[in-house]
Design a binder for this molecule. Structure first.
Ligand SMILES: *Cc1c(COP(=O)(O)O)cnc(C)c1O
Length: 377
């Protein structure tokens, strides 16, 4: 595709939306089309197949179902659609996004076993094993692959194995890892995963999806219908019969996603993962030069988010730091950890370690502007 005018490039170091390419931005500019036309149905069909391919799913066993909305909509869909009558969902909870799934379960009055663990570490899997063995009414286990609130990477493969050993369906919120960290849906014991276009695929906000086991979706036809717009089976059934979303899709957002998927395959799974790991290493190097530390142990980070311990003294002002960087094209984000002064640096988008190095030139200036001499001691 030919790009007409380059758009000012912003480096987003917030936890999504991510920095996108101009070709993805411009892919939205298309002639008006009614999404019920065969031309659009074919685009949707190709997108669904490719979304399964990204996580190496066998198309005979897995399918993609898309919904119009931000990432939380697909958490909502899976939590409300996959728990049979009189059964429970168990949530392995060590962060803000697992807590969100607990809240969703509560809103639908779905019995929920909330296994809480400290947000700074990994969950204790013996506790999960015991919970599943003790309570045979648990039918679904859900967790978050990468807790974007902290940067902790959870062992989904092990959690999925425990879920399957106990005859539970395993749901993983992979919204901040899909298209970033290589995922093999079957080897990782995942029955349903989640993604949202503005995160790993570096497309536009407005469409989210699950890749899940077709046989389990078919079974869920008999489960209570707790939502009208957000029911998994109803949406799947419409896709299978008619080839498109039940209600109006975000047409232009889908064109951008189509382009972003092409760019994903052009870059390649491994190359993307290596590029992002280089960004993450550059973040740690920059922090070290300033004299700042990350809250989470490096060994359990997902290479996509660093939660930074902010200086404790009076001179530090997150908003000053933010505004100084923002005016120079870099967006940083506040922390999400209770009781700790933190901020986050995330590297989800189409950026390189060079961008991170440029960011740290600016960040160092901002610290000097706040009255610090570097490195901090
Ligand atoms: C971003 C994100 C979500 C969804 O957030 P939205 O603001 O609704 O897009 C859910 N889970 C995780 C792990 C995320 O990173």
């Amino acid at each position: 595709m030919e790009v007409v005018t380059p758009i000012k490039r912003k480096i987003l170091l917030n936890p999504g939306p991510a920095t996108t390419t101009d070709t993805v931005k411009y892919a939205q500019v298309v002639p008006d089309i009614c999404p019920r036309e065969q031309e659009f149905v074919e685009i949707m069909d190709g997108v669904r197949k490719d979304l399964v391919k990204v996580v190496h799913g066998d198309p005979q066993k897995y399918t993609a179902v898309l919904f119009t909305g931000s990432g939380t909509i697909i958490e909502d869909v899976l939590v409300n659609s996959l728990v049979p009558e009189n059964k429970k969902i168990c949530i392995v909870n060590n962060g803000a996004y697992s807590s969100r799934m607990v809240e969703i379960a509560e809103h639908y009055h779905i019995p929920c076993v909330d296994l809480q663990f400290p947000t700074t570490g990994l969950p204790d899997l013996d506790v999960l094993r015991e919970a599943l063995q003790k309570d045979r009414d648990i039918a679904v286990v859900a967790t978050v692959h990468h807790e974007t609130g902290t940067g902790v990477l959870n062992p989904v493969r092990e959690i999925g194995k425990i879920a399957h050993d106990n005859d539970c369906v395993f749901v993983a919120d992979t919204i901040s890892t899909y298209g970033l960290i290589p995922i093999d849906i079957e080897a990782d014991h995942i029955d349903f995963l989640m993604s949202s276009a503005q995160k790993g695929m570096a497309a536009m906000t407005g469409v989210s999806w699950t890749v899940g086991k077709t046989a389990e979706i078919e079974k869920s036809k008999e489960y209570p219908k707790r939502s009208y717009y957000c029911n998994l089976y109803m949406q799947y059934d419409f896709f299978e019969r008619v080839g498109e979303m039940h209600f109006t899709p975000p047409v232009q957002v889908i064109y951008a996603l189509r382009q972003a998927i092409n760019e994903y395959f052009e870059e390649g799974e491994q190359a993307r993962w290596e590029r992002l790991t280089k960004c993450w290493e550059a973040i740690h190097k920059g922090l070290e030069e300033i004299g700042l530390e990350s809250v989470i142990d490096k060994e359990i980070q997902g290479h996509l988010v660093v939660t930074v311990k902010a200086p404790e003294d009076e001179k530090f002002d997150f908003f000053k730091l933010h505004d100084y960087c923002y005016e120079r094209g870099f967006t940083i984000y506040p922390g999400k950890m209770f009781g700790l002064k933190t901020f986050r640096l995330c590297n989800l988008g189409i950026i390189t370690h060079k961008d991170i190095e440029n960011f740290f030139v600016v960040a160092k200036e901002a610290f000097r502007e706040m009255g610090y001499s570097l490195p901090l001691k």
